[in-house]
Structures are given as C-alpha cells and as structure tokens.
Design a protein around this ligand. Structure first.
Ligand SMILES: NC(=O)c1ccc[n+]([C@@H]2O[C@H](COP(=O)([O-])OP(=O)(O)OC[C@H]3O[C@@H](n4cnc5c(N)ncnc54)[C@H](O)[C@@H]3O)[C@@H](O)[C@H]2O)c1
Length: 442
C-alpha cells in the first residue's frame, strides 16, 4: 500500500502534465505519402551532437532530415562539428536567435551543457519548433517548471532522449514486470557502478560543476530514475539521500590544471592522454583558446562541487521503495538491480567493463518464491547503449512499429527523472526528506 496521500499524487500529475507521444516525430499525412524533410538544427555542437545526433543521422536519415543550422557558443567547435558531421554547406552560428531567424528549423536538438537545456527548449517551443533534448531535461526545479509551462503554451512536442529504455535487456525487464510473474513489486535494490575510467571522466569535464550538470544525481542518475519510473509505471513521491566527495576533487595531495601540461603525469593514476584521440583534439583542444575549456581537466581540481559517492531511498506512488546507490570510482562498470515482488524476485546484473571475461552483457534471472530460478536470455544488439541508440532513433524518425510501452519519453518523463535527482541533491544539502510535488510549486 502507498503511504503517499492521493491528493499530492494528483497534484503532481496536474502540475507536471501528462502528454503522451506517438511513435514518430513525422506525422503521416492523410493519404499516406512520405512527409517532407524536416529542417533540423542543433544547439550545442560537442561530442553528442557530432556523432549520435550528427554524423549518424546523415548516414541513416538524410532522406527525411535536412541540416539547416549548427549553433554553439564556441564558433570553432561549431565548424569542427560541421566537418565531423559531414554537412559542409550547413551554416554555423554563435547566436541562437540568429540561427532560428535565418535557418528556420522546424526540429531542434538540444545538446548543450545540461545547465542550459531549459533556455533553448523554452525558446524553441515559443518559436513553434518541436524540440528533442538530451537528458537531463533540466538541472533544477525552476528550470523544470519553465519547460513544462512553455510546452503547455506552445502546443509543440518535446522528446527527452532516454536511450537506455531502448536497450533490449531493459525492454525485457519491462516485459517481465508487466507479465506479473513476480507479482506486485514491493522494493527495488539498484546500485550503479561508474568505473575509474568512465567515472573519472566526469570529473575531468564540465560535469564536475553543479551549475553545469546538476551533479551526477541529475546528469547520470536521471537515466536510472527514468528507467525505474518506466519499469514500475509509477511516480517518485519522496526521497532522502546522502552523498560525499571521497576520491576526486580536493582528495589528493597534488593537482594540475589539465593532463597535457601536468607535472604529475608519472605519479597520477588518473593521467589521461587526450592526444591519442584525434577527434577529441579537434573538437576540444583546437577550440580551447576560445573558451578555456579543457576536456582533459584534472580530476583533483578544488572546484569540484559534486558527489562521487551517493545513495538514496526513494518512495513511489504505487508503494514501492527503492534503495539506490551510485559510485564513480569502482574497478568495474555496470549495475546490479533487483525487484523484490510478492511472488518472486527479478535479478539483473549488467557488465559494461571489467577486468575479467563475461559471457553476456546482461544476466537476468527470475526466481519464484517457493519455486525455481530461471535464466532469461536477452538478444544481442549492436550499437551504442546496448543497441538502444539505434532503436530510439528509428522510433523517432521512421514509422517504426512499437508497443505502447515503448513510446518516446515526453516532458513528463523528463521532469520525473530529473526531479528525482534534484530532490535527492536537495535532501543531501538540506539534511531532510524532500517531496517531489513540493519542488513543482516553485
Ligand atoms: N543520452 C546519453 O547517453 C548521453 C551521452 C552523452 C551526453 N549526453 C548529453 O548530451 C549533451 C551534450 O554532451 P556532450 O558530451 O556532447 O558535451 P560536450 O561538452 O562535448 O558538448 C557540449 C557543447 O555545448 C556547448 N555549450 C555549452 N553551453 C552552451 C550555451 N549556453 N549555448 C550554446 N552552446 C553551449 C559547448 O561549447 C559544447 O560544444 C549533454 O546534455 C549530455 O548530458 C547524453
């Protein structure tokens, strides 16, 4: 049974909206002809924009997407991105309004640093443009409110690109839970491990600053919280969290500015040689004279103000409780997840990188109470995020068939996911339980 008052659940649903999206951003016209090409623009032309939302789209969706504008506050990076994407005739901009005026896009991709997503989502919607945004949708409750209000007054669509949902293993988990095999889910154990390679990389980049990425509880965990909301078919209601910075930031006797110029290269276990990646040298090193941004920044800089160790208890509208943990310095990468149901338990272990050999990237078992344990096979898929990236893009841009539970994540899903992390961050700062509905009363 839920201990959440029904009124606060209703209130949240009311303030967050409940728009549902169809399976494509390209509506079929009445006589079923192919739709015209969409005029596509990107704001924030870094790594994600150049690959997943750039060159990959040119490769597979050029018949339906026309690149009309690329905008970044760093003009050099916009030009490097244009080369990487392979659209030599696409104009580049440093001013968003000018891009919208001159390029007249009808579809906007937002791939800036997280802390600026809201600004461009709102501007795009207010100009009558459909918006796709990378996760997290926003990094604080005021920004979330602004996005939801803008969507309401614009009548346009937002898609939040939660690609993790589309990994075959994650769809399989959803289907097992929907089948009722383990009964009503009472509690969830969810521990995510970011290793000393990937985890450390967040502390090299803009993600180390709260006002850029909202902390890993928002930047990274919004993926995890979206999965849980979707798997459970429930809303987060209240959270309590704890967190600390135990390994990176000030926790070192020495530090530098960035690895390429560091006097501590030989003694630092986190030394990273960016010169080995031509793509990163082009996208970042060649552009650092403009904005002073170092892609290989020192993980021990004293300005790191996010946590590397986080845990939380989250209560959901259906009465489920989750114990969640995220650590960013483990020797291997992946997650352990278990759903404890009234009739059994669903165990999942994901192996993303580890110093031993594994047979499968995901191990899934269902154990029935008073019964047997069954191994659940998962189809292997190629491509980023367990094949999720390709499947999501097909769903967005092609008329791909998909069951209703695989529909594209909307602004409500985006809000629920980032608000969970925002609430946990606030709970750590304020040392108290935080209710999600209270965050949207701003
Ligand atoms: N879904 C996923 O799996 C996934 C994976 C990686 C990144 N992302 C998301 O994609 C986005 C981009 O990440 P990235 O790795 O490409 O980062 P990046 O640092 O490579 O690129 C960010 C770009 O935004 C630009 N920028 C920053 N502030 C701006 C502003 N106010 N106006 C215009 N441009 C601005 C920067 O100059 C940079 O070019 C982030 O929101 C990140 O969370 C999602």
């Amino acid at each position: 049974m839920s201990d959440v008052p029904t009124s606060s659940r209703r209130e949240f649903v009311k303030v967050a909206g409940s728009a549902a999206l169809g399976a494509s951003l390209f509506p079929v016209d009445a006589i079923g002809q192919a739709p015209a090409k969409r005029r596509y623009a990107i704001i924030g032309t870094g790594d994600r924009a150049s690959g997943m939302w750039g060159s990959d789209l040119v490769k597979s969706y050029s018949d339906i997407i026309e690149f009309v504008g690329l905008c970044d506050k760093n003009p050099k990076r916009a030009v490097v991105a244009r080369d990487l994407i392979g659209v030599p005739n696409c104009p580049t901009f440093t001013n968003f309004d000018e891009m919208i005026e001159k390029a007249r896009p009808d579809l906007l991709m937002v791939t800036t640093v997280d802390g600026f997503h809201h600004e461009y989502i709102v501007k795009g919607l207010d100009r009558g443009i459909d918006v796709m945004t990378e996760k997290p949708m926003t990094i604080d409750e005021v920004q979330t409110r602004a996005v939801l209000d803008a969507e309401k007054r614009s009548n346009r669509k937002i898609v939040v690109t939660f690609n993790y949902r589309y990994a075959p293993a994650h769809q399989k988990i959803k289907e097992i839970l929907m089948s009722g095999e383990i009964g009503k889910v009472v509690s969830v154990d969810f521990s995510w491990y970011l290793d000393v390679i990937h985890g450390a990389d967040y502390f090299r980049r803009w993600h180390r600053l709260r006002n850029s990425g909202g902390s890993l509880l928002v930047h990274k965990s919004s993926h995890h919280f979206d999965l849980i909301n979707w798997w459970l078919g429930a809303d987060p209601v209240e959270v309590s969290g704890s967190g600390g910075l135990q390994v990176y930031g000030k926790n070192s006797p020495f530090r530098g500015t960035n690895c390429r110029t560091c006097p501590h290269k030989s003694e630092c276990r986190f030394y990273y040689d960016m010169t080995k990646s031509q793509r990163r040298m082009d996208l970042y090193a060649k552009c650092e004279d403009v904005d002073g941004y170092y892609r290989d920044g020192c993980v021990f800089r004293e300005d790191v103000d996010i946590f590397d160790t986080m845990s939380a208890i989250v209560k959901y509208s259906n009465g489920t409780t989750m114990n969640y943990a995220l650590n960013a310095f483990t020797p291997y990468e992946g997650y352990r997840l278990a759903f404890n149901g009234e009739k059994g338990r669903l165990d999942v272990q994901s192996f993303e990188r580890q110093p031993w050999t594994v047979a499968d990237e995901h191990e899934i078992f269902v154990t029935k109470s008073f019964g047997k344990r069954t191994h659940v096979p998962v189809v292997k898929a190629v491509g980023g995020h367990g094949g999720g990236d390709n499947r999501m893009r097909d769903l967005m841009f092609r008329k791909a068939d998909a069951p209703d539970y695989m529909k594209l994540p909307d602004s409500r899903a985006g809000a629920m996911a980032c608000l969970t992390g925002i609430a946990i961050r606030n709970s750590i700062d304020q040392k108290k339980i935080v209710k999600i509905a209270d965050l949207l009363k701003v």
